[in-house]
Ligand binder design. Structure first.
Ligand SMILES: Cc1cc2nc3c(=O)[nH]c(=O)nc-3n(C[C@H](O)[C@H](O)[C@H](O)COP(=O)(O)O)c2cc1C
Length: 205
């Protein structure tokens, strides 16, 4: 698929048909996620890939899916054929930035945002885009939505578990929630030469 097509077609999809995902396509998606850049090439991001009925229902229970269905939302985690949990090990970065070629560089305590979280976001984005490139659909659900996501899939406590990517064949669903919001215009979000003060979005808009 053309890069611009991938870019413009990618949306968060939360409704899937039960059709399984081709194993070779899933492998290519995982490979893409592993191509993400990382601070100091530390490569602290790891994935847990889940495709079984048992894991689907365990994740749906942990996210309290029935409560959402009762409120009118579609089943999501219980139907998506593939879940990829994205996690990152901060210790890998602490060790990497203590190595001799990095001692004159920055330390994690000086970073304006933890680079392990930045790296996890980059890997997440590649998973989403590679999924679109395969003609499949992907969504993301943050760790906050779960009772102990990392614990369910056995991720060691030292890792930061970012959330999970759902992958499958998309089933058209009504546009609800955040998807109804409009994209901010370039005049507000792109600053040429210097910061130009555009209209700020109020928290409720
Ligand atoms: C860091 C991050 C956290 C998100 N958390 C959730 C989430 O917990 N649940 C959810 O349904 N969507 C979540 N989303 C999806 C956003 O709502 C979605 O990306 C946004 O509305 C823009 O829509 P689009 O991705 O379809 O363009 C998250 C996205 C990001 C990048």
């Amino acid at each position: 698929m053309d890069f611009r097509d991938v870019l413009y077609r990618r949306r968060m999809i939360r409704r899937y048909t039960p059709e399984p995902v081709d194993a070779a396509a899933l492998d290519r998606i995982i490979d893409a996620g592993l191509r993400a850049p990382s601070a100091g090439f530390a490569q602290g991001v790891e994935f847990v890939v889940l495709t079984s009925d048992e894991s689907r229902s365990a994740l749906a229970i942990a996210a309290n899916e029935t409560k959402f269905i009762e409120r009118g939302f579609e089943p999501w985690l219980s139907v998506a054929p593939v879940h990829i949990v994205v996690a990152v090990d901060p210790d890998v970065y602490h060790h990497r930035y203590a190595q001799h070629d990095k001692t004159s560089s920055s330390t994690p305590s000086e970073w304006s945002a933890p680079y392990w979280s930045v790296d996890a976001g980059a890997a997440l984005m590649l998973l989403l885009m590679a999924t679109t490139n395969e003609g499949l659909a992907a969504g993301f659900l943050g760790t906050h939505a779960f009772e102990n996501l990392g614990g369910i899939v056995g991720i060691p406590a030292r890792f930061e578990t970012i959330g999970l990517v759902t992958i499958g064949h998309g089933d058209p669903s009504p546009v609800v929630g955040s998807a109804r919001r409009v994209r901010r215009p370039r005049s507000e979000t792109v600053h040429r030469d210097r910061w130009n003060a555009g209209r700020r979005i109020s928290p409720g808009s």
